[in-house]
Design a protein around this ligand. Structure first.
Ligand code: TMP
Length: 212
């Protein structure tokens, strides 16, 4: 049986890394075979594209160049990791996927969604995540957390308004696709966030069992 595709999304500093570890332990408890991967990245070539995208540089990066690099990495990742693993029956847990493109390039960079939808059709051939957890916190709080963690990358150097648009982008994706997306209030204490993530995963598990 084909595996399930779970993605985790959110603006900077929402706590994806620590919550991904929690989701991994949930999958282990369920005795599900899975791989954990990320975007941009996930294969050696796609990780090089990630470096290109995240490194701060003097040269401004044209929105369309940024968008095409995201999808180039995604095509490689789908071909070498996501599709083969799902076909084998493994679950794929991915730190960001195409919702990030709608949120960051579409809303953040004001590129809109039409071109992204065309590229999504070209590259993904109908593949969408089965479950997407969107960790949501006020932008200023997330940026503060992110700045305490490491030097800002090219995206983290953006202004507050950019991330406000990204956050609204995510919330409108969730509103438009409530069967797939669950918004988690990540400003709560970590234990409460985990309880909410666990509830979303349990509900997804129950509905997957019922439909198999
Ligand atoms: P992160 O995975 O460490 O959060 O960093 C990846 C950065 O790349 C993050 O700032 C969001 C950005 N990004 C996009 O702009 N578009 C995309 O499609 C993806 C996957 C990530």
């Amino acid at each position: 049986m084909r595996g399930k595709f779970i993605t985790i999304e959110g603006t900077e500093g929402v706590g994806k890394t620590t919550n991904i570890e929690f989701i991994q332990s949930w999958l282990e408890q369920k005795k599900v075979g899975f791989v954990c991967t990320r975007e941009p990245g996930g294969t050696p070539l796609a990780e090089q594209i990630r470096e290109l995208l995240l490194t701060p540089r003097e040269e401004t990066v044209a929105g369309i160049a940024e968008l095409l690099l995201m999808f180039a990495g995604r095509a490689q990742h789908l071909h070498h990791v996501i599709e083969p693993e799902l076909t084998k029956g493994a679950w794929v847990l991915c730190d960001r996927f195409t919702d990030a493109t709608y949120a960051y390039q579409g809303a953040g960079r004001n590129m809109g969604s039409d071109l992204i939808t065309q590229l999504e059709m070209l590259v993904q051939n109908g593949l969408k995540p089965d479950l997407t957890l969107i960790l949501d916190i006020p932008v200023a709080l997330g940026l503060k957390r992110a700045s305490e963690r490491s030097k800002p990358d090219r995206f983290e150097q953006e202004q507050l308004e950019f991330f406000e648009r990204v956050r609204q982008g995510y919330l409108s994706i969730a509103a438009g696709d409530p069967d797939r997306c669950v918004v988690i209030d990540a400003s709560k204490p970590l234990n409460d966030v985990r309880t909410d993530i666990c509830a979303a995963l349990d509900a997804f598990w129950a509905s997957s069992e019922a439909s198999s």
